[in-house]
Design a protein around this ligand. Structure first.
Ligand code: 5GP
Ligand code: ZN
Length: 115
């Protein structure tokens, strides 16, 4: 399940470069090209799924793997215990790449609510 026109599918397929920090059977994590914090990593499923709304029954293992990868990325970057996990859904929330991704942001103070 890949979309040849999808930016993150092309990163998963190694057609486009990325600074990969974690590579599993089902999940890839790479640094955001436009980081919004000292640590800013994107955790994505290798299969093309448009957003978190596409996750449901049958995705239990993938969901667990995504969250486990987020925690591993946080630990590896020294931000465990103080990071934010964000996923945007749709243009109103600021989603600009239609391939599910969990932002892992850390290394600076965060404010709430987000903009
Ligand atoms: P969204 O706005 O969809 O929640 O997040 C998309 C993220 O992907 C943005 O933070 C943006 O900086 C990042 N991004 C866009 N294009 C690329 C790219 O080609 N490589 C990497 N590593 N990140 C990208
Ligand atoms: Zn994709």
């Amino acid at each position: 399940m890949t979309d040849p026109d999808c930016l993150f599918c092309r990163i998963v397929a190694e057609e486009l470069p990325a600074e990969v920090v974690l590579d599993r059977d089902d999940v890839l994590a790479f640094r955001d090209v436009n980081p919004q914090a000292p640590t800013h990593v994107l955790v994505v499923p290798k299969d093309h799924l448009p957003s978190v709304e596409a996750l449901g029954a049958g995705h239990e293992r993938l969901l667990a793997s995504l969250v486990d990868a987020v925690n591993e990325v946080a630990r590896a970057n020294g931000v465990n215990g103080g990071f934010r996990m964000v996923t945007n859904v749709g243009p109103a929330a600021g989603q600009s790449v239609d391939h599910l991704h969990l932002h892992v942001l850390g290394g600076r103070a965060m404010t709430w609510p987000p903009g």
